[in-house]
Design a protein around this ligand. Structure first.
Ligand code: TYD
Length: 411
């Protein structure tokens, strides 16, 4: 049974930036998170239909920032070196930033957002414009056989029926193959109080403990975990193989270290989540009070990065245009639109990053090192950033958001 631990209120689709004429029919749902007492999986209590989130209007580009382009380059290089796969499948290929490093004749993709499936099909990679499920895996099995490397970045945590998603992987994974998936780390989110990792697309936030429990119902097992602190505010890259695959070794020490950390933090007990809920409520109060008091001093405040994460923050903390004038963002598809729920205008960096801006909320706090370094001149002339991660604070010099999670993998 799932037990609720936090209610983040009425929330819109986090990535659906709107035109004026779309405001009236905007869709909202109630974002509440709970802990499953059997599997220890953290998931939403009420979910949004996948087709309402992932469709031809999806705006998030995986290749949108240099950090992510570099990450996918180095990941592809590393996985090629480690496994030299003959056949590759990517689940959730987005704009092809990962898949482009693999041979077109031996690589296929699955992508339910038609705008992106079209891009990778045109690049020459056969892309199934479908959601990942057993039928799709069966189709790939029949048309392309078993796959040696299956990769999914920021996709498994989007899938409502997670057990079925793993069984579909098992269906098409070759005997000596490996399934590698990356998703935001619940432990990192907990340590950073980055509760903005809770939004419609993140149906689940994984601990390795929960993944282990879910995989017990399949013939798959975890064989390694990389903790990547600088990607999406703390990511786990999980390596999975078939239980009887003797070719790929299992790194017990590495897995046990992460499991021990999760246990130490009580992430397998409700008490940790009740504690987290209190921190979230306090963070909301502190952030609103700080922003409101800065606004009273007549300072021009904007937000930096129109992220899905900031949709959760603005809607939960009730931060609208009375506090934030607009959001600057480099993504053309978001510019000229209004942010989900709170309807804050999104403008281009060139238009909005003007000398009169005094404070900027770090909507893209996961790029804090890059942004604060890039905006040294802004900091130098008395500008400041406001963040809620790991606690509500004002940032006046270049910084990297700290994290308590242990070792970070080399990229
Ligand atoms: P991301 O961190 O991937 O957020 P989420 O997964 O929560 O949607 O998105 C980063 C957003 O911030 C993206 O829209 C691009 C924008 N951005 C800027 O506008 N300027 C920058 O310098 C950086 C690093 C990002």
């Amino acid at each position: 049974m799932k037990k609720e631990f936090i209610d983040l209120g009425k929330q819109p689709i986090a990535n659906r930036f709107l035109n004026e004429d779309e405001l009236e029919n905007e869709f909202f749902y109630n974002l509440k998170m709970g802990l499953d007492e059997e599997t220890l999986l953290v998931s939403q209590m009420e979910t949004v239909e996948a087709s309402d989130m992932f469709n031809e209007n999806y705006v998030y580009h995986s290749s949108g920032t240099e950090t992510m382009r570099n990450h996918f380059n180095s990941t592809a290089e590393r996985l090629n070196l480690l496994f030299s796969p003959d056949r590759v499948l990517e689940i959730g290929s987005n704009d092809g930033v990962f898949i482009k490093h693999f041979n077109k004749d031996t690589t296929v993709a699955v992508e339910p957002c038609s705008n992106f499936a079209k891009i990778t099909n045109e690049m020459g990679y056969q892309t199934y414009d479908e959601f990942w499920n057993y039928d799709t895996s069966d189709k790939i099995l029949k048309e392309h056989g078993k796959q040696d490397l299956i990769y999914a970045a920021n996709c498994m945590c989007h899938i409502h029926d997670i057990e079925q998603a793993f069984l579909s992987v098992e269906n098409v994974l070759s005997d000596n193959g490996v399934f590698v998936f990356e998703d935001p780390s619940l432990m990192a989110a907990y340590l950073r109080n980055s509760y903005d990792q809770f939004y419609d697309e993140h149906v689940h936030l994984f601990t390795i403990t929960a993944l282990n429990n879910i995989l017990k119902k399949t013939n798959l097992e975890i064989c390694g975990v990389d903790q990547i602190n600088h990607i999406h505010g703390g990511t786990n890259r999980v390596f999975v193989k078939l239980k009887n695959n003797k070719k790929v070794s299992k790194d017990e020490n590495n897995i046990n270290t992460v499991l021990a950390d999760e246990e130490l933090l009580d992430l397998n007990k409700m008490i940790a989540y009740e504690f987290w809920a209190e921190n979230i409520q306090n963070s909301k109060m502190f952030l609103y009070d700080l922003l409101a008091s800065l606004k009273k001093r007549d300072l021009k405040l904007v937000s930096y990065g129109a992220t899905s994460k900031s949709t959760t923050i603005f809607n939960y903390c009730n931060i609208g245009t009375d506090i934030i004038d607009y959001i600057v963002d480099t993504t053309p598809a978001k510019q000229g639109k209004l942010s989900p729920g709170m309807h804050i205008p999104v403008v281009s960096y060139e238009e909005g990053w003007t000398e009169d801006v005094r404070g900027a909320f770090l909507g893209a706090w996961n790029y804090s090192d890059f942004i604060t370094e890039k905006e040294k001149a802004f900091l130098g002339r008395g500008g400041f950033f406001i963040t809620h991660v790991p606690e509500v604070d004002i940032v006046t010099k270049p910084t990297c958001i700290p994290c308590g999670a242990n070792k970070e993998v080399e990229e």
